[in-house]
Design a protein around this ligand. Structure first.
Ligand SMILES: Nc1ncnc2c1ncn2[C@@H]1O[C@H](COP(=O)(O)OP(=O)(O)OP(=O)(O)O)[C@@H](O)[C@H]1O
Ligand SMILES: [Mg+2]
Length: 323
């Protein structure tokens, strides 16, 4: 009984225990440097310009740089203070930006060492994010498939994966989506009491013919139809949006349909291309002037591309919250 209680609390932060008070957009990706921070700051600028109250959160603990994208100095207060001060509210670490309707919660710090994000710290941070009152909260994630990154990705109501046309980025994108899918299963297997069954199947994958995450769901549907189909339904509500960044040719766009079809075929989930953002040297040249490209160079083609992506995100079928 005691053991069960411990287990329950362990997964509390994975189960979306509360309904978020705002639309939460997570921007993640399997690889570093693909443009997650550039894209999340661009979406935040457009959404706030459209009149939506927007909070941008830098969750790249240890390598935060969103403040630079917004032309701000290293903030004095942020997630680090929130995590190390027990009764502090996350709202207290919000800071104004030079843009109307846009606030930033940073985790940049001058400290030489970044503390590890404990499980309880993660839970507290996640429920505080759910409590933020805004129209949109945008989470800029760190690269890779660490469990905390996956949990922040999964807690959102809209999930965006940024990738570039390079083979390594495409490979890491598959890995990221697969890891997020399995992490989401973890969250529901506890709820549906399927933990031991799933761990038994995964322990003998070859014997049961389970090669892909989709195979696992099919196997469960066949051998435990009631819970299997419930899990299938919960998993099919998971939708991924992809953005191809730093594209250099129209041909790069051909990568998107294959990602979309892998998601459908092997995971049984929908993956939709939100759009392509071209490569433009002006992105880093503007940054050097400590300005965001959208402010410094509004005639760039990227302006129109990112505006169109932001508009798509606000359409009702994208805003439908599924946590
Ligand atoms: N479309 C683009 N065209 C040209 N340069 C770009 C583009 N998008 C991003 N960059 C540049 O690529 C670099 C990495 O971008 P960014 O910091 O957004 O990546 P990231 O995925 O957030 O990286 P990290 O994983 O380290 O957080 C930056 O120097 C940025 O200016
Ligand atoms: Mg980044």
């Amino acid at each position: 009984m005691k053991q069960q209680k411990v287990e329950k609390s362990k997964y509390l932060h994975l189960r979306g225990q509360k309904k978020p008070k705002s639309h939460i957009i997570a921007v993640g990706g399997g690889k570093g440097g693909v443009g997650k921070s550039f894209v999340s700051s661009s979406l935040a600028l457009f959404l706030s310009q459209m009149g939506y109250k927007t909070i941008l959160i830098d969750l790249d603990i240890g390598a935060a740089n969103l403040h630079t994208y917004l032309g701000l100095n290293t903030p004095e207060n942020g997630i680090n203070q929130f995590l190390s001060t027990p009764h502090m509210k996350l709202m207290q670490s919000k800071m104004d930006t030079n843009f109307k309707n846009l606030e930033l919660i940073s985790c940049a710090s001058d400290a030489l060492e970044t503390p590890c994000l404990s499980e309880s710290g993660r839970s507290r941070l996640m429920s505080s994010i759910y409590n933020l009152e805004a129209d949109y909260v945008i989470l800029d994630l760190s690269a890779g498939t660490q469990t905390s990154t996956l949990d922040f990705f999964l807690m959102a109501t809209q999930h965006i994966v940024v990738f570039t046309p390079e083979p390594v980025s495409v490979e890491n994108t598959y890995r990221f989506i697969k890891s997020a899918f399995y992490r989401r299963i973890k969250r529901f297997e506890f709820q549906l009491n399927l933990e031991s069954e799933i761990s038994m199947i995964m322990g003998k994958k070859d014997e049961y013919g389970v090669r892909t995450p989709g195979d696992l769901i099919h196997y469960l549907c066949k051998h435990n139809p009631e819970k299997g189909s419930e899990l299938e339904k919960l998993m099919s509500q998971f939708k991924i949006n992809i953005i191809l960044n730093q594209g250099r040719s129209q041909k790069d766009l051909e990568l998107a349909p294959s990602l979309e079809s892998v998601c459908r075929k092997y995971f049984g989930i929908s993956c939709e291309l939100l759009g392509q953002v071209e490569y433009d040297n002006a992105v880093w040249q503007s940054l050097r002037r400590r300005k965001h490209l959208l402010v410094d160079c509004p005639t760039s083609r990227l302006y129109t591309q990112l505006m169109s992506i932001s508009r798509t995100l606000t359409k009702p079928h994208h805003r439908k919250a599924v946590v």
